[in-house]
Design a protein. Sequence first.
Length: 97
Amino acid sequence: MTTPLKLTKTVDPQGRSVIRAAGEIDLSNAETFAAAFAGTTGPLVVDLTEVHYIDSAGMSVLFTHAERTELIATSLLSPILEMSGLTSMTTVREAEG
């Protein structure tokens, strides 16, 4: 069963937009994920620590914004981000804790 996608947008102490995603990012909700990036300018942090699954539709959204995005991911997603080549295009750091 698919875990619904939940998105939260905030601003960090450095003034960067932060998008926190929880659940699964797939073809059924990639447009919603992409819409969360709308209206953000400058550096962006995307926190994927509560994402359990991401497919190519979700990855496409990340690639679109890679030049200005820092990703936070768990060890579950890190191999996918590395194999896709995304780690060579943007900063990816593993979640603390």
